[in-house]
Every structure is written in C-alpha cells, then in structure tokens.
Ligand binder design. Structure first.
Ligand code: ADP
Length: 397
C-alpha cells in the first residue's frame, strides 16, 4: 500500500509518498508560502535507480485546499509524478502537534477526532489549526481515502504525574490542562522502539528535546506545555526562571505575548551568538574564537549534560544514550563535547566511530567502545516512516 504522509504548517505543506511494501520513499515534496505572496511547490521523485525527477511550480496558492490539489496533481504528473491515480494512495497520515491528554496513540480521523484536535488549539495555537486545515483539505479532495492523525505529544503520555505536573495550584491543571506534555514524540518513539532498557534520547535539531525511556515507555521529557521548555535551541531559550518574563516585560515595556515571541523566535543559539540559529554557523564562528558563539555552544553542551545526569538519576541509571536529528546525527564534535567527562556514568566513547558518523554520513551506529558499560548510539530519526507505519497499521486492522 502507498501511504501519503502530510505535515501541514500555517503556510506550508510538506509531504512524502511511501510505498509500505519495503518502506520505500517514492516522492518528497513541499508546498510553501500558502496564502502569502510567492507560492511555490517543489517535488522530487526519490526512487533509487531512477533519475531524480523534479517538479517546481511558482504560482499564488490561496489556501490549504489549493495546496493539496497542487500536491495531488504533481504526484499524478504523467512525466514527473509517481502515481497514475489518487486511488493508489491507500491512506493519508497527518502529523498533528498537540493531542493533549486525549491521545496516547495515533487514530483514524473522524468528526470526534477533529473536535478533539480543535479543543487542543489553545495548547498548540500555531500548529493545531494548520494541522486541521491539512486534514480537512485532504478529506475534501480525497473523500474516499482514510485519514490518520499521529500526535507529537502521544508518546509522552506515559509520563507519571510527578514528572508532568508543574508546581502551580493544581486547579490550573484540572481546569486548563496546564502540565508538561512533551513534543517530538514520533521521533522519540522511532528511536525508542528499536532499543530496550533505560534510554536517554537526545533529539537535537532546530528544536531539541531529551527524553528518558524505560522499556520503550517515556518517563520524562524536556519540553513542556509548549515546545519552548528544556534545552537551549536554535531560536528558543529553553528552561529559565519564569520571573524573567515579568522582568523583561517591565523593563522593555513589552506584553507577555511579546516576551514569549522573543523567547520563541529570537533567543537560543541565535539570541546568544547574535549570529545564527544554525549550529553549523555557531561551530564555524566558535572555532574562530568568536566569544558569543563559544558561549552559545557551551550553554547547549552544558544543558544536554545536565539533562543526561538528571535522567540517569530519575531512572536509577542508564543503559543507552541515543543521539538523533540534524545536530545529533551530524555533529560528531558536539557529541564528543557532550560525552566528555561522562566516564563517571559509565560512558567510554570510541572516538573514531564517533567521528565517522557525521556531516551527512549518519547511519545507525554504535559510537561507544565495545567495553563501554553505557552504549552510545546515533540513530537517524524518521518521523515520516513512523507516521506511515501507524497509518498502515490503523487502516489495515
Ligand atoms: P528541524 O528541527 O527543523 O527538523 P534538523 O533536525 O534538520 O531541524 O536540525 C537542524 C540543525 O542540524 C541545524 O542546527 C544544523 O546545523 C544541523 N545540521 C543539519 N544537517 C547537518 C549536517 N549535514 N552537518 C552538520 N550539521 C547539520
């Protein structure tokens, strides 16, 4: 069966067509600038052994329905597409940011599911409306094709209350659902499914989160009510004293919303370095002794170390540490920095193995020494394949 995986943002729609017979990605594409000037679709047929066939279209794209129609047209392009008819798509799997406490697993979309995604809009105000638009657009243009929702928060629903509760009056949890939810769940689950025991997963990308996983179940994670919590990220500040919000608001005459925007979009690696949110730029500047870039890198590394220590304590030890996502998979030097001084925990790195697994050459690799009590791995994440697997599983049950 061919499964279409859709990740709809407020002005974009990313997609992959995957043949589940062999889990082969057939097509990868994205529609950008939906509803704003400069609409653009780019699609690449990714079948190995076939010349890369690329479609690129520049035209105004009014809304997500139009974007979905363009996507289907490109997929069916007689020369540069991959399917002859929409009926070849067995089902569509949608990435949905926030499932609140309602969803601890993926589900086939029906009216109740859409209502529940709508109810979670206050928790994911930027993403959930866009995810819903993606679902509704696909329903409109493919009314006979089942749609499945896969939630970023679902994997973390196994956390115990002591890990997910915040120390504010409990009524805010009871009334509004104020608690830690965690994100990147599909990525953490992909990595966790393939290994056992007590694992610390470091998903380090533009957004970064760590999770502590025991026997495949999440027991704690670093992101919170929103993806702002936890590690220093590309443009997000991560954990800080909440009083900083009031302090900046008062001193800069800003509203709380404005401070939160600052903390989401102008902070993190970008805010500290004043240069870039991209770790490659930070590394280049830090290696040239730019003090602010060195500080940004040090803060990130120190933050990861602290979480690893905390999660090892929470689990009563750790058997495996896994690195994944853009930075985790490609930045061998950063992994080396994080792991240095971790001998106390039972980590012994194999520096050559670690160095070999970097800069676009990441494959699933053990990067610790054979006799290391704690195994350290790089596992390239694949959220799309997880979404496709869940979708196939649900529609063939
Ligand atoms: P997102 O969270 O948007 O999915 P990614 O997982 O792609 O982001 O991570 C982006 C980060 O990964 C950037 O900081 C970038 O520097 C780093 N990165 C991505 N690819 C590489 C690479 N080939 N070599 C080194 N760093 C990379």
């Amino acid at each position: 069966m061919k499964i279409l995986v859709v990740n709809a943002g407020s002005s974009s729609l990313k997609y992959q067509l995957i043949d589940m017979d062999g889990e082969q990605m057939l097509v990868k594409g994205q529609v950008e600038r939906i509803g704003i000037e400069g609409g653009h679709l780019k699609q690449t047929v990714t079948l190995p052994g076939v010349d890369k066939k690329v479609i690129e279209i520049f035209q105004p794209i009014e809304n997500h329905v139009e974007a979905t129609q363009m996507m289907l047209k490109a997929l069916q392009d007689p020369e540069k597409g991959a399917i002859r008819s929409v009926v070849e798509i067995g089902a569509v799997g949608h990435r949905v940011l926030h499932g609140g406490t309602k969803f601890s697993a993926s589900v086939v979309v029906n009216e109740d599911v859409k209502d529940a995604i709508r109810e979670c809009i206050p928790l994911g105000p930027l993403h959930n409306p866009a995810n819903l638009m993606g679902i509704e657009a696909c329903e409109k243009v493919m009314p006979d094709t089942p749609q499945v929702a896969v939630f970023d928060t679902a994997f973390h629903q196994t956390m115990p209350p002591k890990a997910y509760m915040y120390g504010v009056p409990k009524k805010y949890h009871d009334q509004y659902g104020v608690r830690r939810y965690g994100f990147h769940g599909t990525s953490h689950r992909y990595v966790a499914q393939r290994v056992g025991q007590r694992i610390i997963i470091c998903h380090l990308g533009n957004g970064s989160s760590l999770s502590a996983v025991v026997d495949g179940k999440c027991v704690d994670t670093s992101m919170g009510l929103t993806p702002l919590d936890g590690l220093l990220m590309g443009t997000r500040c991560g954990t800080l004293d909440p009083a900083v919000v009031q302090f900046i608001a008062n001193n800069e005459n800003m509203s709380v919303d404005e401070v939160l925007t600052l903390m989401n979009k102008k902070s993190g690696l970008l805010g500290i370095s004043g240069l870039s949110s991209d770790m490659r730029d930070i590394d280049a500047a830090a290696d040239a002794y730019n003090g602010d870039a060195m500080l940004a890198r040090d803060m990130l590394v120190y933050g990861i170390k602290k979480y690893i220590g905390a999660y090892a304590a929470a689990m009563g030890g750790v058997d495996m540490i896994v690195f994944t996502a853009g930075i985790g998979e490609n930045n061998g030097a950063l992994r080396e920095r994080v792991m240095s001084g971790m001998e106390y925990l039972g980590v012994r790195m194999d520096h050559a193995r670690n160095a070999a697994c970097a800069d676009g050459h990441a494959t699933e690799s053990v990067i610790s020494a054979d006799d290391s009590p704690v195994k350290v791995l790089v596992i390239p994440t694949n959220e799309e394949i997880m979404i496709a697997r869940d979708t196939l599983d649900l529609v063939t049950r």
